[in-house]
Design a protein around this ligand. Sequence first.
Ligand code: ZN
Ligand code: ZN
Ligand code: FE
Length: 759
Amino acid sequence: MGKNVAFHFLIFGIVQGVGFRPFVDNLAHEHDIVGSVANRGSFVEIFAKGAAGDMDDFMREIRTRAPERSIILKIEAKKISPDDVACDDFSIIESEREAGDIFVSPDIATCEKCHSELYDKSNRRYLHPFINCTSCGPRLTIFDAMPYDRERTSMGEFPMCDACADEYHDPASRRYDAQPVCCNECGPTVRILDGDETGSDAIKRVRRVIADGGIAAVKGIGGFHLVCDATNEKVVAELRRRKHRPTKPFAVMTRDIEAAEREAEVPTSARAILCGHQRPIVLLKKRDGGNIVSGVAPYNSKVGIMLPYAPIHYLLFDYPIDDTKMPDVLVMTSGNPSGAPICRTDDDAREALGSIADVIMTHNRRIRVRADDTVMDFYDDEPYMIRRSRGYAPLPVMMSASREKCVLAIGGELKNTFCLAKNGLYYPSSYIGDLSDVRTVAALKETAERMMALLEMRPDVIACDMHPRYQSSRVAREMASRLGVPIIEVQHHYAHILSCMAENDVAADKEVIGVAMDGTGYGTDGTIWGGELMRASYHGFRRLGSITPFHWAGGDRASREGWRIAANMIYDLMHGDKKRTHEICDALHLATETQVDAQMFMEDNHINCVTSTSAGRLFDAVSAVLGICRASSFEGEAAMRLQYAAECAQSVQRECESKRSDLSDENELTTKFEDKAKRLAYFFHDEFAKIIAESATRAAEKEGLDTVALSGGVFQNTLLLSMAEKRLKQAGLIVLRHHLIPPNDGGICLGQAVAAMMQ
Ligand code: ZN
Ligand code: ZN
Ligand code: FE
């Protein structure tokens, strides 16, 4: 058969560092295609010549048989003259730079093949803490510049040994063209920071410390983790003490999926994600009789679980050349001082973790971009993102509605992420953190510069929040003046709604009813918004309503201490009757008389007192009133515990209903259900959802719209979300909600980017 057809292909997507070129090479040989494949930095270019039938198969199979870790976003195919492909074999051409949309692969968890080699005594990578291949290993975190080649990664410092080089250059090897490939001979090494032990001695030492009830800091893929035995009450309490973190849940890593299933209920859908190559932390319902001590995730029905994703994690659990017996579950929490970004360098770790960890294990492969662990909940059997980072960032969100310009959206103040956008592709960054800490602000600047360089983007406009005193806005203004580009300020809750619309790829001219139930954000009227109903499109919004404004007296302290908000709400409900206010606050054990007086004084004299419609603060206040949580030790604690109380009531109620049909002992069940605070917590959720649904439905009718978008941090509360969504759907409305972009402030960079793009 003659080779009489020829094509020129451009393939866009995650096609770098995932074995795409060798795959194309093999496929071409299989189908008797001649020509070439080249990595162009932002895309893969193929020249192909062959017989018509072969070419059809080749084209189809590029999509259907593409390497597991690749993501093809677009293929441009152009027919060319067979004379333009003047070769009689197929070959891989070395990298050359060319401009275009750039895709950087996220980091990928250790694959099964590498995992079995890791424990194969006869393999030359036996117990190698950095084993990887074309389908697994670090990517974003070791990147310096495109195109993705070894010298432009942190592995450039580690020349390959002959054996590794042979595999790297052999198309038949599963390490062909794998940039981080290395072995015990030529790869990076682990060592104890400021100690003598290296290699296996270092690993043994860390295992011993953990098994003996100590705390270790371990450098992984995207930063350091603090690690301890999750089945040891004492060490978990000690970690909380040293980290100054009294109740915020810790994530855990289990030895394997079986251990995860012993600790928590793992639905099939969550199992696939838990075992998948992104390896996020998945929030799963705790199981009775699990070994994780209650101090790991107190006041919470769920616990965040992840499986090992780097060789070093596997070696912590199983190290055949060491007899230390390790637990099946380890606390694995970000190694950072509260508020600061995750530690990335030895200096960071020494300074920040030296007083927390009994031992620090580091290694000499540099982390260039931090990557915290991704956290996701499950809702309606689908992932519901809480923190989008390692494994997901910097994959772009694709949007049909777009314009031709380049945008940098700097994001919000809490849970900061930023977003770069160009040509309908929006790249939300990995998690940066809370900008109240100067180190986090520095990390934002540094990471934004790095990503701009990596994705080769120079923004035409920079978007930020409207808040005049946000650090994020200050960073945006600095960058805008340096680059000489305009800045646009986007209202916080409008940005939330836009991020939800963008994630759902809403059409360019569509308008929706936006419901933003959130913590706080600066409103266009200078007050603190947070429970907003709006008519919104990509081009603007109009506020239709909100939670009834209340007095927020006591500034930042009142954002942590819900009893303060509650005291002023009661004062207002009593129409300024101080005596009645005192009686009620006293009966609720809300605060002392002096404390309540102080709150009323601030309100009366307009001292440190603003007006707010924040849904987050309303939840805090209700949590305090019910005696569930008077004050939070971390953002969202009061609301989280209120949700937990409501879920307890819900499950007791379900139990009652199911048992009632068996006509069993009704008295006992009624007693169980009579935990008043829990029942009221449930009642509050239900009523609040009803109010949301009724007002959104009324607004939709009045405005002539059929779609409601739900966003804002309060919708992390899946109980509230389910109650509201159900009612809205019953009212015949289309409900848009988040999936892989967080409803909290970690998602607003996307909304800001869309606003700037469409303006
Ligand atoms: Zn592998
Ligand atoms: Zn080697
Ligand atoms: Fe927010």
